[in-house]
Design a protein around this ligand. Structure first.
Ligand code: CMC
Length: 428
């Protein structure tokens, strides 16, 4: 059997080194012994954007980007979207196994019963000016929640972690709905423990105080499917942020706030908002070829296209497209849909996109569904974050229980000035 090692020759010195290979990776620290001279610090790797660096061993989410496969704990996303619920999926992500009926009942009861946020949080949300961006509100309020949960900093205590994971999954939904209500200048609608997780989200968003709210089952299912699809996606920008902040032993509330901030950017979770803005800017189908030319000239990006790991097709986009039609049948079609389909058709036939393996990602159609459901564009990333919270927390718990992990602290290549003497201002 061939040895699971790699031999490297340093052409600067002529020395050879044998490094072991485990799980198809080499340990970056093993490179340190490769030195050009005695004072040399040792070899490092340069990897902006961590495109080829593994930062952890994980058992949660598997992606095969070339084959378009996404599994949570071994279960294909298609099967979960078809048969599971968001809360069941959140249980699976955390525990590693699908729950029994009793386990699911207990998990659901515990989460649903903790949906109400402290009254000072309601006051904080109501102190934001009407029209404020709900992502800004969500990020701020998650940080503020840390002050009401000071015991959550005992991150190595499993009971403490369990309590706050339940609370966060529940309360992020309430805060998201409240952020929408405040943005729209509407009074807050309290959580309803008699509804499903997604039914409750719909009621808190669209219910009227004092009036009975009838949950539309098609929208309830569609929202649940969207939440399942967004629940985890291994070591993406926001999850890596969650792990990075968590690695300093910060509590899960502030870590989640940081992850939400990372999600906000238009290259990550903010893309669904950016897609709708792009479609609005294009305006009509006849302007699509001109826009594609601008993309190819490098002036703009085709938002909702491309992915760091999927180089075939984002499996979530396929499920979302199917869900979109179900929602449009109930709510009426989104006028942007025709344009999006045409844009996808033209792009998929174009050499520029084919060569670079650029396909629609999860965000290309999700915004159109959210818009058809009645959400303003600013809420799209909030809904993504609401769902991703369960994945962030599962990944965070995996980090804090992993003996290999250390505080995150990358290295740099220093290209600045060598040491020099401070000059008084009169001499500069
Ligand atoms: N439109 C036009 N060209 C693109 C796009 C795009 N959306 N995405 C990548 N390219 C080009 C890029 O310019 C580069 O071309 P060249 O080789 O000529 O320099 C090539 O494709 C490779 O791209 P890259 O920038 O090296 O790819 P990346 O892995 O660093 O970036 C990405 C991945 C998702 C940030 C990028 O595709 C992008 O900005 N997409 C638009 C934003 C978007 O939809 N983001 C949502 C991602 S899915 C939801 C989530 O998980 O957050």
């Amino acid at each position: 059997m061939p040895a699971e090692t790699i031999t490297i020759t340093d052409n600067r010195t002529g020395k050879t080194y044998e490094l072991s290979i485990q799980d198809e990776t080499i340990r970056a620290l093993d490179l340190r012994k490769i030195r050009a001279h005695d004072e040399d610090f040792g070899l490092m790797t340069y990897d902006p954007g961590y495109t080829n660096t593994t930062s952890c061993k994980s058992r949660i989410t598997f992606i095969d980007g070339d084959k378009g496969i996404l599994n949570y704990r071994g279960y294909p996303i298609e099967q979960l979207a078809e048969s599971s619920s968001y809360l069941e999926t959140a249980y699976l992500l955390r525990s590693g196994e699908l729950p029994t009926a009793a386990q699911l009942g207990e998990w659901t009861k515990s989460i649903v019963s903790q949906s109400a946020v402290p009254s000072f949080i309601e006051g904080l949300i109501e102190s934001f000016p009407v029209g404020s961006h709900p992502m800004g509100m969500l990020i701020s309020v998650l940080g503020a929640l840390s002050t009401a949960n000071s015991d959550s900093k005992h991150v190595y205590d499993v009971d403490v972690r369990t309590k706050h994971i339940h609370k966060l999954i529940a309360q992020v939904a309430t805060i998201s709905a409240y952020a929408y209500r405040r943005q729209s200048g509407l009074p807050l609608v309290s959580p309803d423990a008699n509804l499903s997780f997604s039914g409750n989200v719909l009621k808190m968003m669209f219910g009227k105080t004092g009036e009975r709210y009838r949950v539309n089952p098609v929208l309830e299912k569609a929202l649940d499917v969207l939440f399942i699809l967004h629940a985890d996606h291994e070591q993406n920008c926001s999850t890596s942020t969650m792990r990075m902040v968590g690695s300093s032993e910060a509590d899960p509330y502030v870590s989640t706030a940081a992850a939400a901030a990372a999600l906000y950017g238009p290259l990550h979770g903010g893309a669904n908002e950016a897609v709708l803005k792009m479609l609005k800017e294009i305006g009509t189908k006849s302007h699509i070829p001109e826009y594609i030319q601008r993309v190819k000239a490098g002036e703009v990006k085709l938002m909702g296209f491309g992915h760091r790991v999927y180089k075939n097709y984002d499996p979530r986009a396929r499920i979302i497209k199917h869900t979109a039609y179900q929602v449009f049948e109930t709510m009426g079609t989104n006028p942007m849909l025709d344009m999006a389909i045409e844009l996808e058709r033209i792009a998929l036939e174009d050499e520029y996109f084919v060569k670079r393996k650029l396909y629609p990602n999860v965000d290309f159609y999700s915004g159109m569904i959210y818009q058809a459901m009645g959400f303003p564009v600013e809420m799209f990333t909030v809904l993504f974050g609401l769902a991703r919270t369960s994945g962030w927390l599962a990944q965070w718990e995996e980090l804090v229980t992993d003996d290999d992990q250390k505080i995150g602290r990358p290295r740099q290549i220093f290209l600045g000035s060598p040491e020099r003497k401070y000059l008084p201002i009169s001499e500069r």
